[in-house]
Design a protein around this ligand. Structure first.
Ligand SMILES: Cc1cc2nc3c(=O)[nH]c(=O)nc-3n(C[C@H](O)[C@H](O)[C@H](O)COP(=O)(O)O)c2cc1C
Length: 379
């Protein structure tokens, strides 16, 4: 399948404008998602191995998830699981529907396996996305996270209201929620990572979380909440977020979003896409996001679950994030450059590493700093 993707599909897809291809691929997956029989067939062909992991009270069939931003409106949820993902994160969802930034706003740097985007939370808004989530509920077989953003038209001072509106709307349909204060493409959003602003948002969401749980029945538990941070924060700013996350009893952190920096490349000349404004994802983000994961893990000693994301594109980069302290992983750019087979190859590669290092389960390997042992199947 990798060969098929690399030799046939990718050259065809990469001839076209990135956003047009993104929408076409997503439409195809949304069509696939409608048919349980086709989902079964896809699952059978791609054969992702199981590698169970437990995190924040939820069991995942494997730790590899789809990162936010690929399925902003939640139109293809059953298809992600059929491709082999252990979970997906839909969104960013905002209170109000919005078109996002003007096109073009999505750029590839194929040689560097990087993407630059300035999408700007283009999405149908929480009310419409609620309908999508309701429709796919019966077909859903893996946990679904919901990424919450802020509408462009909402003042920063009212950000907590925007987040809370979407959270309450979608509360019953998400297995966990991610507060995204780290997208570089909504003016001022990243300032919400600042302690005082974030505290207001977390307090509002915590109150809503309790209220929604009470409404269902008095024994219902609140939903796991995460905060997603930018890789561009200083470590002391990361520490502020960590402190707040622990004080607010969040389940964990998602590290990281895209970077506004343009990490140095081995090639002498930077690709044209590097000149575009926006967040960079993919291979050049890999080391930075792992560094942030390691820092969070060192500072928190297991008090927060870390979802590691940024440049994961093979078993080695996945293992590095697990052993740095991430319990779950997500990817976006790796899927674009390597195709769906990347999912099973990472899961199998992680399973091989567990065996090499004599770990009984993936949970045992989290934060272990165990080295990667190359083997025939995963290099
Ligand atoms: C086109 C695009 C849109 C994205 N949209 C969102 C988003 O809405 N919310 C969010 O938290 N992250 C968003 N992201 C960031 C990804 O979830 C992820 O954190 C980042 O791409 C790094 O992972 P990767 O290197 O595997 O791509 C987006 C990324 C891309 C490439």
């Amino acid at each position: 399948m990798t060969k098929l993707y690399q030799s046939c599909l990718k050259p065809f897809l990469f001839k076209h404008e990135p956003e047009a291809i993104h929408h076409k691929t997503l439409s195809a997956l949304s069509w696939l998602a409608q048919s349980p029989a086709l989902c079964d067939l896809t699952r059978e062909i791609l054969k992702a191995p199981a590698l169970p992991v437990t995190a924040f009270g939820i069991e995942f069939n494997n730790p590899v998830g789809l990162a936010a931003g690929m399925d902003k409106n939640g139109i293809a949820i059953p298809a992600w699981e059929a491709l082999g993902f252990g979970f997906c994160e839909i969104g960013g969802v905002t209170q109000h529907p919005q078109p996002g930034n003007p096109q073009p706003r999505l750029f590839r740097a194929p040689e560097e396996e990087a993407i630059i985007n300035r999408m700007g939370f283009n999405n149908l808004g929480a009310d419409a996305i609620l309908q999508r989530l309701k429709q796919s509920r019966a077909k859903k077989r893996a946990p679904v996270g919901v990424n919450l953003g802020k509408s462009k038209r909402t003042d920063l001072a009212d950000a907590h209201l925007d987040f809370t509106y979407s959270f309450k709307k979608l509360w019953a349909y998400g297995d966990f929620f991610v507060i995204n204060v780290s997208s570089p493409n909504t003016p001022g959003l990243r300032a919400l990572q600042d302690k005082a602003s974030l505290q207001t948002i977390l307090q509002s969401l915590n109150e809503a979380n309790q209220a929604c749980a009470q409404e269902i029945n008095c024994k219902a538990t609140p939903k796991p909440l995460f905060v997603k941070i930018a890789p561009d924060l200083t470590l002391s700013a990361v520490d502020d977020v960590i402190e707040l996350a622990i004080d607010s009893q969040l389940s964990g952190m998602v590290a990281t979003n895209t970077t506004i920096s343009r990490p140095k490349l081995n090639s002498s000349k930077a690709p044209a896409a590097y000149l575009e404004t926006g967040g960079l994802s993919g291979k050049p983000l890999q080391a930075k996001s792992t560094e942030i994961i390691r820092h969070i893990a060192n500072q928190t000693d297991g008090k927060l679950t870390i979802i590691g994301v940024g440049g994961i594109d093979d078993p080695r980069s996945a293992w590095e994030k697990i052993t740095a302290g991430a319990t779950l992983l997500q990817l976006y750019s790796g899927l674009v450059f390597k195709g769906p087979e990347i999912i099973s190859s990472i899961i199998q590669g992680l399973a091989n590493q567990l065996e090499h290092n004599h770990f009984k389960s993936l949970n045992d390997a989290v934060g272990s700093n165990a080295p990667f042992t190359p083997d025939k199947g995963n290099e």
